[in-house]
Design a protein around this ligand. Structure first.
Ligand code: ATP
Ligand code: MG
Length: 663
């Protein structure tokens, strides 16, 4: 099928043509964990590949079958295997690495606590004993609603030690969001903080939690971690302080044996596309995927100091702050706060101080750093960094280059990792010792993973074209279901392209992508966001990247708004770099810039300047709200929105610019 725009039946057109490439240096390759491309060949027999990798976990009883796919789309990996994830993450490291640092906790106000593997083990056991004394046992769900303190990973691990699935609810969410998730998960115990710290202030988590559990009959006990020491209401018989609960508990506790397929956790997606789904992950396959990808994508070495800046409230934190790094006996930084407290160089201050070797952050954060300017990273010595990563959204090529130049010193490999809450671990990403990277591309599927790009009919789109990103065989960390809603699991992920009558099962990711003539994947955003302009299916990401390519632009979001003539017209919302003022001339210049970069068809019909874009609490741009604004509709679900005022402000500006055009 033609993909040059001449054939209007194509699923998504590929307009951008980014040509820069960055091959790994010989120096990097020679020391890399993976330095031979033959691993991709090994991955083709994916069951054998993952079975071999699974030897790296600590098993109590080995599995009898690698994959049971006899009842698709319900997969079972490592059938009959018995283990407890905390034995891989903690116990097995104690003998040799008990004194090795597991976490350098860095509080936002500047307090610090360094925890070794032995100390982590002991506190996890104490808390597991404490939870058990409150009646938590295998299979019970525990809700966790906390700030990013050291007790947060301890809470996850204590649950895992007992075989009690955790359901972490991001500490920035409201009482209502917490309530809904507790009700859905039927959690028995809630773990929270008195207050959390953020942006120089505090958030009254315990009082939000109290409001939430006024209406949740399943919660029997509440454990409260003292973070600020603020006076909070403690309900007699229900609430207990963490330090009181663990104080007399033994520092040992045998791990509860779990099956490979026992539920490890529930996690709700971030809600960019609509109502969040309770994603269910199980034990062995998830831990395997987390540890293999962590070790090899970040090229983790024994003495590294690794830092993932995500919140543990998101899947990135589960997989790449807790389970992956601990299974690999890695030393991590755990930072509580925001990047601009007390100043806009906080991240770089931490990198310098702890000599961080890998940093893993989000495109939205990188674009914010671009907006602030290079003076902040320049204040610090960032030369300890060896690999720098990104996740969460497509990264615009200009942001990629900025990251490489200003954070990576122009030399460190960048690992852009595509994955989802549902996939459990990274799926499409470079292996930094062997993959030549291209700015804006997550490169190719990892060994043992198989992706494709489909058109509307479910036919594979030849290299060079765009369409729907799909995964074509099971993988170890895949979600097993949507909690209590297997039908939604089937409908959302497995119905679009599967052909049950031919026993062909295809996972539909909901993302658009193109694949270039080298077979590289370029994520184009959600398929719901794709615009249809005069019969051309154009991705929001490409127009946004063309805008971000302009020197004055820090960030951009575009949406298709209904248009009587073209079907949809492109409406752009643009945040300018610190010093720039937006005016009519700049609007014209930006429109021409897009036309030059990717073609006249993609020239935005309108551009509104805004100080901020509406984002989810995980920092992703919420285009559906911009569509609502552009089409002057009532706003859809805003419960996972980070900043409601921004939306009001943008709506006012959009209305203003619309009326000034009519004048
Ligand atoms: P919901 O499913 O509730 O709408 P969500 O999809 O934002 O929320 P997550 O699971 O946190 O929730 O995000 C996964 C999505 O993030 C992917 O489907 C993709 O759209 C985007 N994404 C993540 N990493 C990348 C990446 N490296 N490149 C491009 N897109 C990415
Ligand atoms: Mg999603």
């Amino acid at each position: 099928m033609a993909t040059d725009g001449s054939d209007k039946s194509v699923t998504i057109e590929a307009l951008m043509n980014e040509q820069r490439t960055f091959a790994p240096s010989n120096e990097f390759t020679s020391q890399a964990n993976i330095n031979s491309p033959s691993i991709y060949k090994d991955g083709e027999d994916y069951e054998a590949f993952w079975a071999a990798q699974a030897e790296n976990l600590h098993w109590r009883k080995k599995w009898t079958q690698v994959l049971d796919w006899s009842n698709p789309p319900f997969a079972k990996w490592f059938v009959d295997g018995k283990l407890n994830v905390t034995e891989s993450c903690l116990d097995r490291h104690l003998e040799k690495n008990g004194d090795k640092v597991a976490y350098h906790f860095v509080g936002e106000p500047g307090d610090e606590r360094t925890v070794t593997y032995r100390e982590l083990y002991e506190e996890v056991c104490q808390f597991a004993n404490g939870l058990a004394s409150l009646g938590v046992s295998k299979g019970d769900r525990v809700a966790i609603y906390m700030g990013m303190t050291i007790e947060l990973p301890i809470a996850l691990l204590a649950c895992a030690r007992l075989g009690a699935p955790h359901s972490v609810v991001f500490g920035g969410f409201s009482s209502d969001a917490l309530k809904d998730r507790i009700i859905d998960a039927e959690a028995k115990v809630l773990i929270t903080c008195d207050e959390s710290r953020r942006n120089g202030g505090t958030i009254a988590l315990k009082s939000y939690a109290d409001a939430a559990i006024a209406d949740t009959p399943s919660i029997e006990k509440v454990v409260v971690v003292k973070r600020t020491g603020a006076k909070v209401e403690m309900k007699e018989g229900r609430d207990i302080y963490y330090h009181d609960l663990i104080k007399d508990q033994p520092k040992d506790r045998p791990a509860t044996e779990t099956d490979s397929e026992d539920m490890l956790y529930i996690l709700y997606t971030s809600g960019t596309t609509g109502k969040p789904k309770g994603i269910v992950h199980t034990t062995a396959g998830y831990l395997l995927g987390a540890s293999f990808t962590h070790k090899n994508i970040f090229d983790i070495k024994e003495n590294d100091v690794y830092w993932c800046t995500a919140d543990i409230g998101w899947v990135t934190g589960h997989t790449y702050i807790v389970y992956g790094p601990l299974a690999n006996c890695t030393t991590s930084v755990l930072y509580e706060g925001v990047p601009n407290y007390p100043d806009k160089d906080r991240f770089w201050d931490i990198v310098e101080k702890y000599k961080v070797t890998q940093i893993y952050t989000a495109p939205t954060t990188i674009r914010t750093f671009m907006k602030w300017g290079t003076e902040f990273p320049k204040r610090h010595d960032l030369s300890s960094l060896k690999v720098i990563g990104t996740v969460g959204e497509p990264i615009n090529p200009e942001a990629w280059i900025w990251y490489q130049q200003n954070i990576g010193g122009g030399k460190t490999p960048i690992v852009d990792t595509w994955w989802q809450t549902e996939t459990g671990h990274a799926m499409i990403a470079p292996l930094p010792g062997i993959t030549t990277t291209k700015p804006g591309s997550a490169t190719i599927p990892l060994p043992g993973i198989s992706a494709d790009i489909f058109d509307e009919e479910g036919m594979s789109v030849p290299w060079g074209g765009g369409g729907y990103l799909v995964l074509t065989h099971p993988w170890p960390g895949m979600l097993r279901t949507v909690f209590k809603d297997p039908q939604r699991f089937i409908d959302t992920y497995w119905s679009r392209f599967s052909k049950p009558e031919e026993n062909k099962w295809i996972y539909f990711a909901g993302d658009g992508a193109k694949r270039d003539t080298d077979g590289y994947y370029w994520l184009l955003g959600r398929v719901d966001d794709v615009m249809n302009v005069s019969g051309h299916r154009i991705s929001t990401l490409e127009v946004e990247s063309a805008l971000v390519d302009h020197l004055d632009v820090a960030e951009a979001a575009v949406v298709g708004r209904n248009d009587p003539i073209t079907g949809q017209a492109i409406a752009a919302f643009v945040t300018l770099k610190g010093h720039v003022v937006g005016n009519e001339d700049l609007i014209n210049e930006l429109r021409e810039h897009v036309a030059e970069k990717i073609g006249k068809i993609a020239r935005p019909a309108s551009i509104v300047f805004t100080d901020e874009l509406p984002k989810t609490r995980s920092g992703k741009i919420m285009r559906r709200l911009l569509r609502d604004i552009s089409e002057q509709r009532q706003l859809g679900d805003v419960t996972t929105l980070a900043n409601a005022d921004v939306v009001k402000d943008i709506a006012a500006r959009a209305a203003e610019s619309a009326s000034s055009k009519e004048d």
